[in-house]
Design a binder for this molecule. Structure first.
Ligand code: IMP
Length: 200
């Protein structure tokens, strides 16, 4: 497979730079939605992470003609039967802030003891080329602690303690978080797959 450029369906500068550096050694140029100002915001209204990731990547591929990559992430809490999941960004309402969402989560889990506060972040990355689509999943297990700790990261990071670590995602060095995280694992799977394809 001869892939020279990929468009990442994201306006998140941090995600773009990180993936650009990851793909550079493979000789793959990473473009982003900033390179295609005519692209519209895709409504993430599918009822699964897979559905949203594929919807975004298909739209960007169809509009630009380039292979497209996207990702969608959710926090799946065991005691809430997997909620907020695909609704993680708007758990506390349509325009909820990260803090609103964390507050609602801690509220809902207030009576749940530590041993039943298991949760996982799950990312699905979708890659769409002419006629083909592929998905790559990354999962990071941990627990939701009862008070926020740390000032790094974003979203639910201050209350997520990854398994086998004593620091929350908001306390860990970003390089460590990226290595063990749901998104890091999904992107690593994509990287391994595309590296393999490039060699054929
Ligand atoms: P997105 O699909 O990357 O936009 O993520 C959806 C929502 O999940 C975000 O708005 C955050 O609330 C949450 N989220 C995604 N990734 C992370 C993470 O690495 N740490 C904490 N929260 C996250």
């Amino acid at each position: 497979m001869d892939i020279e450029s990929i468009v990442l369906a994201s306006r998140n500068e941090h995600k773009i730079e990180e993936l650009r550096a990851t793909l550079a050694p493979l000789g793959i140029e990473l473009k982003s939605t900033y390179d295609f100002p005519e692209l519209e915001e895709v409504e993430e209204d599918a009822d699964t992470l897979e559905g949203n990731a594929l919807k975004k990547a298909r739209y960007v591929h169809n509009q630009t003609g380039f292979p497209a990559l996207s990702d969608d992430t959710g926090l799946e809490v065991d005691a809430l039967n997997g909620r907020p999941g695909v609704f993680s960004a708007r758990y506390a309402g349509e325009n909820a802030s990260y803090q609103d969402n964390v507050d609602k989560l801690l509220d809902e889990l207030a009576d749940i003891p530590m041993e039943r506060r298991g949760a996982q972040f799950r990312t699905v990355a979708a890659f769409v080329t002419d006629g083909d689509s592929y998905t790559f999943e990354g999962v990071c297990r941990g627990v939701i602690i009862s008070e926020e700790r740390g000032s790094g990261g974003f979203g639910y990071d201050p209350v997520f303690l990854p398994a086998a670590y004593t620091e929350t995602f908001a306390e860990l060095e970003p390089t460590i978080k990226n290595k063990i995280s749901h998104r890091g694992k999904a992107i690593q799977k994509f990287y391994d797959w595309i590296e393999n394809k490039k060699q054929k």
